[in-house]
Design a protein around this ligand. Structure first.
Ligand code: GLN
Length: 493
């Protein structure tokens, strides 16, 4: 099955002329036509564009100047602006928004020869952990609990990207991660996802949620595939003042580095009370795998971990309340006419935003308001510094950290919806790395007793994605994760 290939495998097959980019793309478009009506993982599919890009990739290869990802079909999270292709952020307020320009990341992927199949579903403006907040309806996780038909969430906010990769509708996908939105859906769908160091990928043309935290990253089925994608996505961009002027290392080569002699920290604070035994087990197994490959396992402490979730939900909501002020019905996006300008703003925003987005704008406006700024926002900024200091201190002693990615396996559609705080707690293991700006990656490590995938998280030093890739690849080799979801292209019914 062409849809079963890895990116590395597909590149080898294309180079050997075993199949063409057009055949590879057609196989994926067929899989999308068969499965997307149920999964709802794409908001927009662009078959004509994809086939034109595939034809161009075939031609480039024939002429001997194929880019590093020439002919590789991928999905783009619908938070990245794509020139002339509708970009919604899964919000009604951008229902009909057709950007006149490309985000830097998507432009770089296209320049590398990637074929873009369409725009993947997400939580509205990337706010959520389940994909339940999308204005285009929830995404279904292609995995199911053994012998049960209950529909599960793929995680969020990059849930569409994760589902597409798990179900073999694309070889890879872009995601964005503000507080865990690449890593938690990767964990819920048995896929690999990396949030690079803040500044590694340009944010230009990515619809902003929380600018000091947002970061783009790759999602794929192997660690090496993520490395290949990140190489094309990363790099300095003068149009993003926070993008880092640093060379992009050979990430794929890093995947082949041994972990022998590396020091891996196990933060004791990540042993959350009430954590399911399956998660504790897989974490223990991960430590053993690394030890067996010659790494030294060291207990470490990140004492401010417990403040991660409250700090994140102050910083992220504050920044989103400011970023989303631009959706006022005047310059772009949907407009609901009103009696006067204020009325137009109010009607537009009331009709255009969903409940979770409104909740966050309210929270963010509150924590930034004159009377509460010092008590909440300023405080959160100070605690964020302490969280960063925890990481800096720990990284003077170890090369990387190993933790679980999420406190549970995928939950059912509709579950955890009564109380937003329960949903926010899903981010407990992912937000500290976001607040510190360090790279972090989720790798599938095994299945729980119900047959659902569980991920392990590797966290590294600023701009040391290479060590993260090396450790993640070591875990991947030892885990030998070959399980596949019940709903995927080519699966026997
Ligand atoms: N789940 C987190 C939130 O709801 C993270 C989202 C993200 O990383 N975009 O904010």
């Amino acid at each position: 099955m062409l849809t079963d290939l890895t990116i590395a495998g597909a590149l080898a097959g294309l180079a050997a002329r075993d199949f063409s980019a057009t055949e590879l793309t057609t196989a994926h478009l067929d899989a999308i036509a068969a499965l997307n009506p149920q999964l709802n993982a794409f908001i927009t599919v662009t078959p004509e564009l994809a086939l034109a890009q595939a034809a161009a990739a075939d031609e480039a290869r024939a002429k001997g100047h194929a880019g590093p990802l020439a002919g590789i079909p991928i999905a783009i999270k619908d938070l990245f602006c794509t020139k002339d292709v509708r970009t919604t952020a899964a919000s009604h307020i951008l229902d009909h928004f057709i950007p006149p320009y490309d985000s830097t990341v998507t432009a770089q992927l296209r320049a590398a020869g990637a074929v873009t199949l369409g725009k993947a579903n997400l939580d509205e403006f990337a706010m959520g952990s389940s994909n339940m907040s999308s204005a285009y309806g929830p995404v279904e996780n292609p995995w199911h609990r053994q012998g049960q038909a209950t529909r599960l969430v793929p995680g969020g906010s990059s849930g569409g990207s994760a589902a597409v990769v798990a179900a073999r509708l694309a070889l890879g996908a872009t995601g964005t991660d503000t507080g865990g939105s690449i890593r938690q859906p990767a964990s819920f769908t048995g896929t690999v996802g990396m949030k690079p160091t803040y500044g590694r990928c340009s944010r230009y043309g990515i619809i902003a949620f929380a600018s000091s935290l947002d970061q783009a990253g790759p999602m794929a089925r192997t660690v090496e595939d993520c490395a290949l994608m990140l190489a094309a996505m990363a790099g300095f961009d003068p149009r993003d003042s926070t993008s880092a002027e640093r060379p992009v290392p050979d990430f794929a080569a890093a995947c082949r580095h041994s972990v022998k002699g590396m020091r891996i920290g196990i933060p004791t604070e990540y042993a959350a009370p009430g954590m399911p035994a399956a998660i504790t087990d897989i974490w223990q197994r991960g430590q053993n795998w690394l030890r067996e490959q010659g790494a030294e396992i060291v207990e470490v402490s990140l004492p401010h971990t417990k403040y991660g979730v409250p700090t994140y939900y102050i910083v992220a909501t504050a920044e989103c309340s400011s970023n989303l002020a631009r959706y006022d019905g005047v310059r772009f996006g949907e407009r609901v006419e009103g009696e006067d300008l204020i009325d137009l703003y109010e009607r537009t925003r009331a009709a255009g935003f969903g409940a979770e987005v409104k909740r966050r704008i309210l929270l963010g406006t509150y924590v930034l308001s004159a009377g509460y700024y010092d008590a909440y926002y300023l405080r959160a900024q100070q605690v964020r510094q302490l969280i960063l200091r925890d990481f800096t201190e720990v990284f003077s002693k170890v090369d990387a950290l190993l933790t679980p990615t999420a406190p549970s396996a995928a939950f059912a559609i509709g579950e955890m919806m009564d109380d937003p705080v329960t949903m926010y707690l899903n981010d407990i293991f992912t937000v500290p790395a976001s607040l510190a700006g360090v790279p972090a990656m989720s790798v599938p490590a095994g299945l729980d007793h119900q047959g659902l995938p569980l991920g392990l998280q590797v966290i590294g030093k600023h701009f040391d994605e290479s060590s993260v890739f090396a450790v993640a690849a070591a875990l991947e080799r030892a885990a030998g994760f070959t399980a596949t979801p019940s709903l995927m292209a080519g699966a026997k019914p």
